[in-house]
Ligand binder design. Sequence first.
Ligand code: PLP
Length: 383
Amino acid sequence: MSTTKISDLASGLEESATLALNTKAKEIAASGAKVYNFTAGEPNTDTPAYIREYVATKLDQNHYTPVVGIPELRQAIAAHCRQFYAADWIEESNIMVVAGGKPGLYLGLMTVLNRGDEVILPSPGWVSYKYLVEAAGGKMIEVPLSENFDLDVAAIKEKITDKTKMIIINSPNNPTGSVYSQAALSKLADLINTTDITVLADDMYSKLVFDDTYKPITEFGFKNLIISNGFSKSQALTGWRIGYIVADSEIIIAATKLQSHLLGNTSNLSQYAALGGLAQDDKPPMLKELKQNRELVVDRLQKIPKIKFTPPGGAFYAFIDIRGITSDSMGWCEKLLREKGVALVPGEAFSVPGYVRLSFTTDTQTLEEGLQKIEEFIKESPA
Ligand code: PLP
């Protein structure tokens, strides 16, 4: 028998509560019962045909690519970002192509952090940050968001120490669906710009916003900014593993060195998928349906007693406060799945028991029926 000792980092990882519930939901569905699965972290549409057709013309591209990404794609991303971020400083040299949002974030963290450096995370935040920060040698410092899931800049200020190296800003946010207010982001910029702290903006949902007054992260004048973005959610390219980071060219050069040893390059064909997507990247294909689903969710949830929620400003999540019913959201979700066939993600997955996350990327009819089941379940449950 092997005597290999698993590292503290790997053995400290917990099974994702999202995956656990998802597996149960699939088991129930396999038994023939109807399941309303609202745990998904991805669009319910396939990759658009025009992207797949474009990639099909590139099947002869099967060698290593430059570590930093193929030049045509870097140029296309830079042009796209100059427009989206209204930032004329963004050139090809400011772009590195990476294998999805996760590697982009990891490389961003690895490029900046030294062992023991602190990273501030407004909380609740997406599950993987903690592990990505730890894997990069850092220590995560969680700072609660305000009651309506906006940044609490005063609370952030209190947590800044001489070890604080970065702050993660994810707006629109997973799991809350909130878009941080412009006032809070401006206030944060005023605070952060008096320090050398770097903002790591996880902009994975930046194309999925429901309000026309949205301003991209570049508008707030952060002195030190690394943006991680990609095509997984906006272009339904989750399985292709393709994203990019935008940063000062010196950061791109350092991150490229890391990538050369870690991942080599992003899959050649996936880079072409992104190029094909950018050729028509006007509005994400599923945004119209998402907006309709959001209206439906807001309308239905507002009428359900005993729960509270803040209408999401972006992404495809509603984060529901069920503390009026229970603080054991894991047990509540298991019961909801067993009794009504509805799968939600318990707040425990994001370190906030007493909440549940509902992902509304399903078709409208499934969403409508599932919301009805949730309402029945809540009305039947003891207060
Ligand atoms: N950032 C956030 C906030 C996410 O929710 C996700 C995926 O769920 C990612 C990053 C990772 O995206 P990718 O699938 O491109 O690695």
